[in-house]
Design a protein around this ligand. Structure first.
Ligand SMILES: Cc1cc2nc3c(=O)[nH]c(=O)nc-3n(C[C@H](O)[C@H](O)[C@H](O)COP(=O)(O)OP(=O)(O)OC[C@H]3O[C@@H](n4cnc5c(N)ncnc54)[C@H](O)[C@@H]3O)c2cc1C
Length: 385
């Protein structure tokens, strides 16, 4: 039997693919419902794959995952908005970033179009740009929790798989047995998909000592007012390509809400709220910041934005006259991995296999989009080898 730790999008996608291939699977999830963490609290954007360097795992799996996820959602009749996305420029420097993204899109095989201000208004009437914007047709939006629920159903429908909610992995006992909050469980293969706790789970097996997760919180706001009807899909700023964050954007949810966010502030606990974990987080952050001063500037700017001016940030990318921005309770925390020995942020997904154990780390954005393609990759290249 395969035991999967964590019923986020990564764990559920892998478990579903294993069941489809005839394996018996048990998924352990410490929470009592699905989607309590990142997989249920993200922007719900099905990314196109243009941000990532060609030949990276993120690029390959995002482009493929975009198609797989949209097909899956259509096949299951789940909510899907296919209105694409525009990435706008705020100044001359952003235009250069758009050119880089256009080239990455070409290398990654994603169709994009550079549009002028008139064409931009036709696609996204409220978006503003400095000269040109990049239009990405294949970006879409969904309801992440509906996708998680559907995957759970797929896993359990034939009786080959089971998702146990409210059961926590505690520690390994031997090569084929673990201790959980409900007692001992035997396994042939163990796959660690614990999201923001994936480093801790790996460390319990004596693996991945160099990797530590540095949590970055992403808070959301909501746009309200009649004019939100004009926002069709997604309005994004040109990103800072040196950092793994895409910038505060406006996105339409299938329920008709327009969410604004997420920003990226250092989280004081792994699940967003202040906890004793801060005693590990702060030294990790300082260690990283010493080697990467840019991260300090970014964290400072994001924190200022959080307290002083999400409005100001947003009005640089769209017309918000007549709209109100209200804080939303929604937030998600990114499981960003840093290589503690080398003092740098990891960019790509990380997979480690040792014997019958597989660890998945740094499953940050666009892991939701990529998940169905990622599941095939993990099974073909790691599980079966
Ligand atoms: C703010 C934000 C916005 C994002 N927006 C997008 C987006 O628009 N598009 C996109 O493609 N991606 C997006 N992402 C990225 C994406 O949401 C995540 O990469 C993805 O959800 C990670 O999935 P996961 O399964 O690894 O983690 P999680 O969803 O965190 O799942 C891990 C699960 O493991 C469980 N667990 C942990 N420890 C244990 C244990 N000891 N025993 C049992 N269970 C355990 C947890 O309870 C959790 O449910 C966003 C992320 C954030 C934070």
């Amino acid at each position: 039997m395969v035991v999967v730790c964590g019923a986020g999008i990564v764990g559920l996608s892998i478990a579903r693919e294993l069941v489809r291939r005839g394996f018996k699977v048990l998924v352990l999830e410490k929470e009592n419902r699905l989607g309590v963490h990142a997989s249920g609290n993200n922007s719900g954007v099905i990314h196109s794959g243009i941000y990532y360097r060609s030949k990276s795992l993120k690029a390959e799996l995002c482009v493929k995952g975009n198609k797989y996820m949209k097909n899956y959602i259509k096949e299951k009749g789940l909510p899907l908005i296919e209105n694409g996305k525009v990435i706008v420029a705020r100044d001359e420097r952003d235009l250069k970033t758009l050119e880089i993204l256009k080239e990455r899109a070409r290398l990654n095989g994603v169709k994009v179009e550079m549009v002028d201000e008139r064409e931009l208004k036709r696609i996204e009437p409220l978006a503003k740009t400095f000269g040109y914007a990049l239009y990405v047709e294949s970006t879409a939006n969904t309801d992440p929790i509906k996708v998680l629920e559907s995957l759970k159903e797929d896993i359990e429908i034939e009786g080959k798989g089971k998702v146990l909610l409210g059961v926590k992995f505690i520690k390994p006992l031997s090569k084929n047995e673990i201790l959980t909050s409900e007692g001992k469980i035997g396994f042939d293969m163990f796959i660690n998909c614990a999201g923001i706790f994936a480093d801790k789970v790996a460390h319990k097996f004596g693996d991945a000592e160099e990797y530590h997760i540095l949590p970055f919180k992403g808070s959301y706001w909501e746009l309200v007012g009649d004019k939100i009807a004009y926002i069709k899909g997604n309005i994004y700023p040109a990103p800072n390509l040196n950092l793994p964050f895409l910038g505060v954007h406006a996105s339409r949810s299938p329920a008709g809400k327009i969410f604004v966010g997420p920003n990226a502030t250092l989280s004081l606990g792994r699940y967003g709220n202040l906890s004793s974990e801060i005693l590990e987080i702060l030294p990790s952050f300082l260690h990283l910041a010493l080697k990467n001063p840019e991260i300090i500037r970014y964290a400072y700017r994001e924190t200022i934005t959080k307290f002083l001016g999400i409005f100001r940030e947003l009005e640089r990318i769209m017309d918000i006259k007549g709209l109100k921005i209200i804080p939303s309770k929604k937030f998600g925390v990114r499981s960003q991995v840093i290589n503690f020995y080398e003092g740098r942020m990891e960019n790509d997904f990380i997979l480690i296999k040792r014997g019958n154990i597989i660890h998945i780390l740094n499953a940050v954005s666009p892991a939701f989009t990529s998940s169905l393609a990622f599941a095939e990759y993990v099974i073909d290249r790691y599980f079966l080898r």
